[in-house]
Design a protein around this ligand. Structure first.
Ligand code: ZN
Length: 484
């Protein structure tokens, strides 16, 4: 129990009275001004609040610092003090906080440090308090840095400029990559696999199907910053498109429908990386474990026809069923009909329509389509070479994929026939990563992709423990019990 006089020091009466007087004056001014609105009142109070809250936060934060054990972060042995009361000014939500903390040395580990920094959220190179770090990270996920800096200024009164915001987002992205690496390391050992699987919370569920949808899109990157003109003179293009591999994972029972008939997925996992296909494969596997891979009765992989996806599936998800996106398959047939019979001709439609029906309505519909394609070949002998080539390409496509076209069965089981979920996932990423005139540096895009993915996967509290509402509630309840 904290003594009353100590609590009074936290919020001195003098501070309260001075502040109350300032607020009264301020409100009176707003009320007397012509054309004042509620917005003016809100803005005035939002501006006044830090004058009260910043000194309170400063005192409380110094208490937090002072109550931290002066222990080595590695071996937890008491540190030898190297310097007392070292000052550091921290950018926090209500303004600058000057704080003092001790600096020590561990003879065993030969390590130096400020042990209180962990409680202040001051990981390597952090310039701001945890809440400001979180605001910087959140606004950076929504819009380009210059815009995000303006939003942070307008909404939270944070004086973050474009460069500091970008630096902070990159730093948080590195922390997100670090979290991801921890999960990937677990996925490499049997004990770790069991731990990831336990985190999925799916052990006691009724038999379920885990659906994994995979796709790729690309972002524009530029390296050699500042050397664009020089490289162009050498005949080299300084920018290029680079793949971002993307996956989304959910259980079939997490897929529902709104009253309006729109498909919704209540909860799902995300993977997105501009690293190699092997990296993506590892990340997808770890995420699948976290979404219940080991407890799933069935695993279903849905994607467009790209061969790398099926290779990945065979490599990592051997027993999974595979389905190629229905829309892509239909597009193949539409394209072929245009090529062979001419765009918009009645013959094209006449040939196409039954085939589209076979696909969705018959058990072996894709095989029937394949037979129709093969039957078409002799009729095309007198046709030009490009048309014959197109037909043979599609015969190859249906020969390779017909077993992945079980649309009638899919509909009967209430499973998705297409990879729309991952396509909408990709579009969501693209609203941030494919803005007009935007280029990414190699390191910058992976960091922000990792940060965005951690956020989507609802693991934000691994970077910002204060953001976890459930934990905060428990913590408050414990505190109330203690003080009552
Ligand atoms: Zn130590």
């Amino acid at each position: 129990m904290i003594p009353d006089n100590v609590n009074r020091d936290l919020i001195p009466n003098e501070l309260l009275q001075t502040w109350a007087q300032a607020v009264r004056t301020r409100i009176t001014t707003v009320l007397q001004a012509p054309r004042s609105t509620l917005g003016h009142l809100e803005a005035a109070l939002a501006e006044e609040a830090p004058n009260l809250l910043r000194p309170i936060l400063e005192t409380a934060a110094q208490r937090l610092v002072d109550q931290q054990p002066f222990h080595c972060a590695i071996c937890h042995a008491p540190l030898r003090a190297e310097a007392r009361h070292r000052r550091r000014t921290l950018h926090a939500v209500f303004g600058e906080l000057p704080l003092q903390r001790d600096y020590g040395w561990c003879p065993t580990c030969d390590a130096y440090g400020h042990p209180a920094d962990a409680a202040l959220g001051l990981h390597a190179a952090a310039a701001a308090s945890p809440r400001v770090q979180e605001i910087a990270a959140l606004v950076s996920l929504r819009s380009p840095y210059a815009q995000a800096a303006q939003d942070a200024r307008r909404l939270c009164g944070q004086s973050l400029n474009r460069a500091s915001l970008q630096r902070e987002a990159w730093r948080q992205g590195q922390r997100a990559i670090h979290c991801r690496q921890a999960d990937l390391a677990l996925a490499r050992t049997p004990a770790g696999v069991a731990a990831l699987s336990a985190r999925s919370g799916t052990a006691a569920l009724a038999p379920f199907t885990l659906i994994i949808e995979i796709d790729a899109w690309n972002i524009r990157e530029r390296d050699d910053w500042g050397r664009t003109a020089a490289r162009r003179r050498q005949g080299q293009e300084p920018e290029r498109w680079h793949w971002v591999f993307t996956g989304t994972l959910f259980r079939l029972d997490q897929r529902g429908q709104t009253a309006g008939g729109r498909r919704v997925i209540t909860q799902r996992g995300y993977v997105a990386t501009r690293q190699s296909l092997d990296d993506f494969k590892e990340q997808l596997y770890a995420e699948a474990l976290l979404r219940g891979l080991l407890n799933a009765e069935e695993v279903l992989i849905i994607a467009d026809g790209a061969i790398w996806i099926w290779k990945l599936a065979e490599d990592r998800f051997k027993d999974a069923r595979q389905r190629v996106d229905l829309f892509h398959v239909k597009e193949h047939l539409h394209e072929l009909a245009r090529t062979v019979f001419g765009p918009g001709t009645p013959e094209a439609q006449q040939w196409l329509q039954p085939l589209l029906r076979f696909l969705e309505q018959r058990t072996d519909g894709a095989l029937e389509v394949l037979r129709e394609l093969e039957a078409l070949a002799p009729r095309l002998n007198n046709l030009a070479e490009p048309q014959q080539a197109a037909l043979h390409r599609e015969i190859g496509y249906f020969t390779t994929h017909h077993q992945r076209m079980d649309y009638k069965q899919a509909k009967a089981k209430g499973e998705p026939v297409g990879s729309g979920a991952v396509e909408s996932t990709a579009r969501q990423y693209q609203t941030r990563f494919k803005c007009t005139g935007q280029f990414w540096s190699l390191a910058g895009d992976e960091a922000l992709l990792a940060l965005a993915t951690l956020y989507r996967n609802e693991r934000w509290s691994r970077l910002f423990p204060h953001s976890d509402a459930a934990t905060a509630k428990q913590w408050m309840a414990a505190l109330m019990n203690e003080t009552n």
